[in-house]
Design a protein around this ligand. Sequence first.
Ligand code: SAM
Length: 187
Amino acid sequence: MKRPIHLSHDFLAEVLDGQSVAVDATMGNGHDTLFLARLAKQVYAFDIQEQALTKTRQRLKEAGLDNVRLILAGHEELSRYVPRFKAAIFNLGYLPSADKSVITQPQTTLQALDQVCQGLEVGGRAAVMIYQGHAGGDRERDAVLDFVRQLPQQAFTVMLYKTLNQINHPPFLVMIEKLKEEKDQNG
Ligand SMILES: C[S@@+](CC[C@H](N)C(=O)[O-])C[C@H]1O[C@@H](n2cnc3c(N)ncnc32)[C@H](O)[C@@H]1O
């Protein structure tokens, strides 16, 4: 069976092509950025830690890819940099190889998610990997689930992919697909 992280990539790969713009909202070590850069025309990747940009720059260089804009800013500023895109990915929580006290925060995560829902093209998709095991992870999990449950069903489909029999707090995946612009939802 696919792990949630692998399904997140497959879910986005289905809508990406050489004309697409994609967003990595949590660059970290650049694994997701590299994945998106291989499929999309242009990628915008965000992180608040310089270390993430250094790691990701190196990873992209080794792969010979130059279609990524690495942005040292919080994803809550996303719409200032990229108004329209086909796919977005979030890997919430902390960067394993860095300071584990630097974690994504519910308030800014929700701001970014809101901007992603607005910026997605119709037919576009967002994948959100949720980590609930660290301190604060449960609050962020609840905030994200609350947010996505309230997305209007005429405009978005939201799905959850989660193991049901695993002990502790396994990471899980929320998948969002945009069906139409929210303002058009009654028309
Ligand atoms: C779980 S890691 C991401 C892993 C990454 N996707 C990869 O492939 O290696 C979470 C990242 O989110 C970053 N982060 C925390 N708050 C952020 C924010 N407001 N905007 C963007 N990134 C943020 C952290 O610095 C950390 O690098």
